[in-house]
Unconditional design. Structure first.
Lengths: 336, 336
């Protein structure tokens, strides 16, 4: 074990797109776990789009970060000092930690990682918060029915790639929007999507949708917002459901974004549009984790992680989310 | 009975705001009812904002009118010739007729009018389609809970005025937007709204709402769209429900209207936004009619009709809906 611990601190609120100036790497003493706590050597750190919201000085669903705070995020790592009888040194766990080499986690708030089910970084993706978000957002808000056409934006991301596969398991036609041919190939060739639209290669999303979703859209799982979402709304079917999970196109906006009004489209379709947050389903996390693990073990759901090497590159990994660098879940490998 | 029948025809599709050129009054023979039909002398004719949609050459929830069609609408009138054993000459009925002095209605599709419960024009308002729309939209889509703050736009209209009163019966705090002091006084002094905002007298709807709805908005019943709706969305509470019933601010738009994007606001609030159409509740119309009639008879729900005199003024009565001329339900008195 090292004597010192490197940690990323939040040192400047961004205006618009965040950059390297928002982050500062500091070296400190390795923290000591109290009773009921675990010292964890971080192997993988999660960076997620929702963290952009925590950089704002405004109350929202996630507690805002204060300037001077250490950055927080999901981690997978090895217990190196346990002050809780449920865990031993050497156990692999996942939980909410910090952007650091070592973290102290409350033993009540970690979950075990079983490498026999999936490699550890998958516990930050398909078997972690993004997988649960996909599960509840699609099934509870989207309410897919076999035969429905399900459209997913951000389809090659950590959430979208799971949404599309669960929709396929539900007997739906699945169409994904993603930002490169490598991504759209992954969706159609590996994940079984019926069609995928590379939004970088066309401006006419409505025409692309008319081809990919000729029977219109019954469920739209939105991770993105912006012009893709504008186009999908014009194709909603009667009684369509829209699950608003993310709006990454707008997270860096400094003023209220404008665009086509959508409410007039809801009357004729009687569509339902609903925002969702996975934390609301906390009492049912066990259900999601069990189902997702079963699907992952059986190979019915595939997963992929984009790995950036080294804690020093964590800010770049985070910033890359806004330019679509990742395929599947973006993680940072902090240690082997 | 007269020998001739005057009827309004739809003779020109409007661009933007409709005007008198869209309508033509023609004189024809009085139609003859077939078996199972009733000849009805129209006493009151309903004009409704949704009719603007029927003037477009586009499929929507209501069948579009073709140029050259006679205009259709709800009527209340007296049976003057019955070819159905269920109705006698002299009976008062309501149903879907035409903008005319006489109309032939299918006896299967009319309902009796009981002047002991309410004056005949109320059967086009609180006891007709607008009342049922308010009932199902508020209760089924809005899902009000006692203590909720319910905001209604177009609050002094046929639908909005009923929505607010049902919300009061459900133990809610009710705030209405309306376009004159006469209207806002009616809402607060006669209908029991807790607050009413005259949107003609302020541009700062958010500030007005902060005062009128200090605990935020749990249910928003939207008849209007536009800047009022933009403001209400910024005040939605956690798990708020938005019932999108009408968007009269946009019915005359010729291009897709733009405005602040609302989906980013839905994530933090997990709000649900849903379009509604009363026709979807057809199997439950009996329930609504019975409850509404009970509330009207007991005086728990008050109603008001704005009456324009004379069939020749029906187009003006319709056009006045878009400038907010009406308080309560707008009807045209065709005959005594």
């Amino acid at each position: 074990m090292k004597e010192t611990n490197r940690s990323w601190y939040f040192v400047e609120r961004p205006t618009g797109e965040p950059d390297a100036d928002c982050f500062e790497l500091r070296e400190e003493a390795v923290p000591e776990p109290a009773d009921g706590e675990l010292l964890v050597r971080v192997e993988y750190l999660s960076v997620d789009p929702y963290m952009r919201g925590r950089m704002r000085d405004a109350e929202s669903y996630a507690e805002p970060w204060d300037v001077g705070d250490v950055l927080k995020g999901g981690v997978v790592g090895e217990v190196v000092e346990s002050n809780d009888e449920r865990y031993d040194d050497g156990d692999l766990v996942t939980g909410e930690g910090t952007w650091a080499e070592y973290g102290v986690l409350d033993a009540d708030e970690v979950a075990p990682v079983d490498p026999a089910i999936a490699d550890p970084p998958a516990y930050l993706g398909v078997l972690g918060m993004p997988g649960r978000t996909a599960y509840f957002g699609l099934l509870d808000v989207g309410e897919p029915i076999p035969g429905d056409t399900v459209v997913v934006s951000g389809a090659a991301g950590a959430v979208g790639s799971v949404v599309g596969q669960i929709a396929k398991l539900n007997g739906c036609r699945v169409v994904g929007f993603a930002g490169s041919n490598e991504k759209t190939r992954w969706l159609t060739d590996d994940l079984g999507f019926d069609a995928a639209i590379n939004y970088q290669e066309t401006d006419d999303y409505e025409a692309a949708l008319a081809e990919a979703a000729p029977d219109g859209v019954d469920v739209y799982y939105d991770n993105v917002g912006g012009p893709i979402t504008d186009a999908v709304f014009t194709k909603l079917n009667l009684d369509a459901r829209v699950a608003v999970c993310g709006q990454i196109a707008h997270y860096n906006d400094e003023s209220v974004p404008t665009g086509p009004r959508k409410l007039p489209l809801l009357i004729a379709t009687r569509a339902k549009v609903e925002g969702l947050l996975v934390a609301d389903y906390a009492t049912r996390f066990g259900e999601a984790t069990e189902r997702l693990a079963t699907w992952v073990e059986s190979g019915e759901i595939e997963h992929r992680e984009s790995v950036v090497e080294g804690l020093e590159n964590a800010p770049d990994a985070f910033l890359g989310l806004f330019s679509g660098d990742n395929i599947g879940k973006q993680v940072v490998r902090v240690a082997e």
